[in-house]
Ligand binder design. Structure first.
Ligand code: SF4
Length: 282
């Protein structure tokens, strides 16, 4: 192990936006001291999930779309932990869409980092719930007939209390937002625009560099009406980055008096030998 790196090298494609996002998380982890003693990472299924293999913090890779309920359980068991959920747009908005909206509604004190590449990349480029209408993909050769979800808009409308968007190529800014999201008490959703260099030829690094802008000081992220209007914009020269919505509201965990005395479960994270378990399935 070398700092926050492991000996395992990333297997993402050259130019993949996941590389920038991973670098941003490592930078934030080093700055904030996130490690095995205080943090847990959870992922779903997709290219994003590989991040767990390259990051030496205790982690759990859930079933497709099921990262959030696992993370909610971890947080209830030990609410002293920083719990980060890495998920893709297919994983989070498709298979896991129900979990996302209800986690936002209940305001769990969690940080969702959405690797938004606009399609299913691990399965080689099918339409996801974030694929624009009309887009030609492997699964929609005549063009996508459906309207997409805009994750920021969906998260705000569902009740998330810290919602932001950034582009994976701006590593410092993504890293800062990860820290802010974790410091926020409540459900944080970061929509990270993450180019898939192999399968998405529309949402490229160049596209995001040309069509995103950072919200200025005149923007009020506490105005929900403004935030909903701003988050509904997504197109050429129209993609706002930064904290789009923030509010203070009681978290899901705060409603349980059993948690007032401290975490229900506190145990040191230690390596386990799973070879005998694994051998039963080989
Ligand atoms: Fe990244 Fe796309 Fe390659 Fe997956 S397929 S590793 S998202 S570039």
């Amino acid at each position: 192990m070398n700092g926050i790196n492991t000996d395992i090298k990333p297997n993402w494609c050259p130019g993949c936006g996941n590389l920038g996002l991973w670098a941003a998380f490592k930078m934030a982890a080093e700055k904030e001291g996130w490690d095995n003693s205080n943090s847990v990472l959870v992922a779903g299924i997709g290219c994003h999930g590989h991040l767990l293999n390259f990051t030496p913090i205790t982690s759990f890779e859930g079933l497709h779309g099921r990262a959030l309920p696992v993370a909610e359980g971890i947080k209830f068991a030990n609410h002293g932990l920083n719990v980060f959920i890495f998920t893709g747009d297919g994983d989070c908005l498709g298979e896991g869409g129900n979990h996302l909206i209800h986690a936002c509604r209940r305001n769990h004190n969690l940080t969702v980092i959405l690797h938004d590449n606009g399609l299913y990349a691990l399965t080689t480029g099918q339409t996801s719930p974030a694929t624009p209408a009309g887009a030609v993909t492997k699964s929609t050769p005549q063009g996508n007939p459906d309207l997409p979800f805009l994750p920021v808009n969906l998260a705000i409308a569902s009740g998330a209390t810290f919602v932001a968007r950034a582009y994976a190529g701006e590593i410092d800014k993504v890293s800062d937002l990860m820290i802010q999201a974790n410091q926020h008490q409540g459900m944080s959703v970061l929509d990270i625009l993450q180019p898939c260099a192999t399968f998405n030829k529309a949402f490229t690094h160049q596209f995001y560099q040309e069509n995103t802008y950072w919200l200025g000081d005149d923007y009020n992220c506490h105005d929900k009406g403004w935030a909903l209007a701003k988050s509904a914009e997504f197109g050429k020269k129209q993609i706002a980055l930064g904290v789009i919505y923030e509010e203070d509201r009681a978290t899901a965990e705060s409603h349980f008096s059993q948690l007032n005395k401290g975490p229900l479960i506190q145990q040191a994270s230690k390596p386990r030998d799973l070879s005998s378990l694994i051998s039963r399935y080989c």
